[in-house]
Design a protein around this ligand. Sequence first.
Ligand code: NDP
Length: 296
Amino acid sequence: MSANHMETTLNNGVRMPLLGFGVFQTPPDETREAVAEALRVGYRLIDTAAAYGNEREVGEAIADSGVDRGEVFIETKVWISDFGYDETLHAFDKSAGKLRVEMIDLFILHQALPSAFEKTTEAYRALEALLADGKVRAIGVSNFMPDHLERLMETADIAPAVNQVEVHPYFAQPDVQAADADRGILTQAWSPIGGITAYRDTGTGSVFEDPTITRIAEAHGKSAAQVMLRWHLQAGRSAIPKSVKAHRIAENFDVFDFTLTADQTAALDALDTGVRGGPEPEAVTLEAFGRDIPEA
Ligand code: NDP
């Protein structure tokens, strides 16, 4: 396996690996081993969130890995229940405490709260303060639609470095990607190999079984997941596939030894169904999605 890393430079000059490792729905008792395996294989970007309930185990795996802290790019997300200036400053202490780090590389607002947008902007103001204090190296957002970005930038001083949104061949959100690019924001794909089309009934069928993708995969002697990851990387997108299985953790990192042709990329681009797998960002409310995030 190639140990190559594709890196990108964020809009504030910070370097970040494009390919990372996700842990959404990874049970806490499996997180340590999954993250340890990912670090062994060569991943140097780990994505977690306060709401995933496994930051502590992510932190343990990193601390015990033998990999220098400075070589691992850690990103985590503030849940909407902790939005507000003071609340979000405290959310940093909770996450950093569980992760056992002084500094978080990328700190992200997990969702916009469209029905209480002032809470979103206050939370973002706290991110800007954490950045100024050197407690985080970059700040970002997740599931922000173009109008959320526009509303955010009416009060924000610093553009987010990253917008982490659902992107896979069946739901590519070209409008969001264009809005991100216009503002110099890196699009980071969640469910990058379309896991959500397999673990949730989105009505589109599983992207892993898409005949266009499996045909391209066969042509390269690669898997469908590897083709999708290559599609992201060649477009300059960050991608954070999740697995708890060692062979898939390795498979999803073994994507640096082949190149999709322009025709193959266009064929993947053409698979977009416009069907969202995740929650409708405009409909996220504290009432429906709020939950307590425990102290460190
Ligand atoms: P992914 O696209 O990463 O797919 C993960 C699913 O696919 C799992 O069920 C996994 O099962 C399976 N899988 C992994 N590798 C392969 C493979 N090579 N071949 C076949 N199946 C495979 O989906 P996720 O939704 O987990 O997204 C990835 C990450 O993005 C999350 O872990 C999280 O960090 C982030 N995320 C962020 C969200 C947000 O709102 N900001 C929302 C959702 C995700 P198994 O583990 O058994 O291998």
